[in-house]
Ligand binder design. Sequence first.
Ligand SMILES: C[S@@+](CC[C@H](N)C(=O)[O-])C[C@H]1O[C@@H](n2cnc3c(N)ncnc32)[C@H](O)[C@@H]1O
Length: 265
Amino acid sequence: MQGSNNRILWNPQQYGRYRDERSRPFFELLAQVDAPAAHTVADLGCGPGELTATLAEHWPDARIYGVDNSAEMLAAAEKHAIPDRLSFELGDAATWQPPAPLDLLVSNATLHWLPNHDQLLPHLVSLLAPQGVFAFQVPGNFDYPSHTILKQLRTSSRWADKLGWGADRSASSQSPAWYFELLSGLGMKVNAWETTYLHVLQGEDAVLQWVKGTALRPVISALNPEDQAEFTAEYAARLREAYPQREYGTLFPFRRIFVVAQLQV
Ligand SMILES: C[S@@+](CC[C@H](N)C(=O)[O-])C[C@H]1O[C@@H](n2cnc3c(N)ncnc32)[C@H](O)[C@@H]1O
């Protein structure tokens, strides 16, 4: 199974800047999970661990594993660890092996960083115990301006030499119906849906600040400081046109795909 080998330096502070907007989908995903007796639970791509810690509150008798491939995120997560109950470890979501079959596998806002969902998802389902539940959420906004502008800039004549690399990540996230078909075919009962949130972001260059916590990171980390400043200024100007700041804030529509699937045997 191929993992993500992007060397992305995540910054937990930047990521946490829009904490409320980013955590809402996690709780809306978990609201659909019916696994009262879960004993072994994993959170793949646990990030700074705050949301993983809420799993420990919800399933007080479970052993919970947070897994992430960013040392920076894990350093932030460590403060949420609970001896023998909640631990965090470095691992790749594509290849991590749990110490026991999972009653619940959660992955929030992470699997879109990994390619080939037609192979990845059957592998992840194979980690489940009988009746196990797989719950994940991925962005479905890769054709929205925050992404299309980034791609236009990356591939423009000014930047293509330095930034034209890489597969288009829009290929990873699929539609709710696509996930429904795939997971039903694996013998699961599937609940799949999508929501477009209308975030109202506060502050100057709010969409830039949001994207700095995620999609802009691999791009920026490929540039030297001078180029980073130039690229960011150009991107910021285009974002201001696409997402104008109003007196109430900046409207930022954001589509997300949700799937909760349970093995039937
Ligand atoms: C957008 S953050 C989501 C963090 C957390 N799940 C949340 O909802 O706040 C994505 C996380 O996935 C992690 N990640 C990306 N690719 C990964 C991979 N291949 N294996 C494990 N973690 C990965 C990143 O390091 C980052 O912490």
